[in-house]
Design a protein around this ligand. Structure first.
Ligand code: SF4
Ligand code: SF4
Length: 315
């Protein structure tokens, strides 16, 4: 097989292993990233980075959206089991197949980097273990989506609803184009839906691939770590807070679906009732539903259909 046929073959194999998303980045797209985010730090002969994704079921968000079921629905099927069992199995199966073809392949979780424990470098010039790659960077490099301004990685198929894993391989595979479209419309629904102002609309930092960088808002992780509005943490993920099911993340799901930006469509809208919100002591916030409902309304009018580069422009 030539590199084009091999890439197509492995994508087909990934689909058989139940991957919902698969993209390939040439390792040269990581030129210039810090050593502790470079695939070649883990596997110096790496030529291609395969990014695999599996969807977060929209139904796994239902119990959180209703405020009646958290860990047994989203926390497992949308988060820990999805990442540690279902996606891991997909990744393992594809990696086995690549090795069967005679190429070396390194499977990696797509865990976030924040707060993960590090050891000591084993030799001069090597970064400290464990090196954890920036999975959002890799996914954009592999053509799968973009970082949204609210800090969520967004794809045109599922919006915020997916998790990723990586395979590094010495196989030379035809790469997908870097993702350069804009899905996030800088609508601001995510930061409006946060009851605690944890997303700073006026403090932006660049994220993503050089040449296709996005401005993402600074998020106060110390507030999110205490957020009782659907934010979650799972074992082994350092200090990272998963916000996809939180008030901010669900507002983004609502906005992207209303704007017709997710190709995974449903007969009924995700948001069927005014959203709930509670304070840090889990007391219902009386005015939050109206605020959040306003933020979720009028998607097409409020920005998601536009491609603005700065929060608040034109709103
Ligand atoms: S996780 Fe909670 S505190 Fe953090 S941005 Fe989202 S809604 Fe706000
Ligand atoms: S809610 Fe709007 S601004 Fe926030 S990440 Fe989603 S699309 Fe972007």
């Amino acid at each position: 097989m030539n590199r084009t046929e091999l890439a197509a073959h492995l994508k087909d194999r990934a689909a058989q292993a139940r991957a919902d998303l698969v993209g390939i980045a040439a390792v040269a797209r990581f030129d210039g990233v810090p050593a502790d985010q470079d695939p070649r730090t883990i596997f110096p002969e790496c030529r291609s980075v395969i990014v695999l994704g599996r969807r977060i079921l929209r139904g796994a968000l239902r119990g959180v959206e209703e405020g009646t079921s958290f860990g047994s629905t989203y926390g497992t099927f949308g988060y820990s089991w999805l990442e540690d069992n279902f996606l891991s199995q997909t990744t393992y199966d594809v990696t086995c197949h690549i090795e069967t073809l005679g190429f070396e392949a390194v499977p990696l979780f797509g865990y976030p980097q924040e707060g993960m424990p590090t050891g000591r470098p084993v030799a001069p010039g090597k970064p400290a273990p464990n090196v954890i790659l920036d999975v959002a960077y890799a996914a954009q490099a592999a053509g799968l989506g973009e970082p949204g301004v609210g800090g969520f990685f967004i794809t045109p198929r599922f919006g915020t609803r997916q998790r990723f894993a990586l395979i590094l391989t010495d196989a030379d595979l035809e790469a997908d184009p870097v993702f350069t479209e804009h899905i996030c419309g800088n609508c601001g629904a995510c930061f409006k839906a946060c009851p605690f102002g944890a997303i700073s609309a006026d403090r932006l930092k660049p994220a993503g691939i050089p040449g296709a960088e996005r401005q993402t808002a600074v998020v106060d992780n110390t507030i999110c770590a205490r957020c009782p509005n659907g934010a979650m943490r799972a074992n082994g993920r350092g200090s990272a807070v998963d916000r996809i099911a939180a008030a901010c993340g669900r507002a983004c799901t609502v906005r992207l679906e209303e704007a017709g930006k997710c190709s995974n469509r449903f007969a009924q809208p995700f948001r069927k009732r005014a959203p709930w919100a509670v304070d840090l002591f889990q007391r219902p916030l009386a005015d939050a539903p109206a605020t959040a409902a306003n933020a979720a309304a009028n998607a097409a009018d409020s920005g998601c259909g536009r491609n603005l580069d700065t929060i608040g422009q034109g709103r």
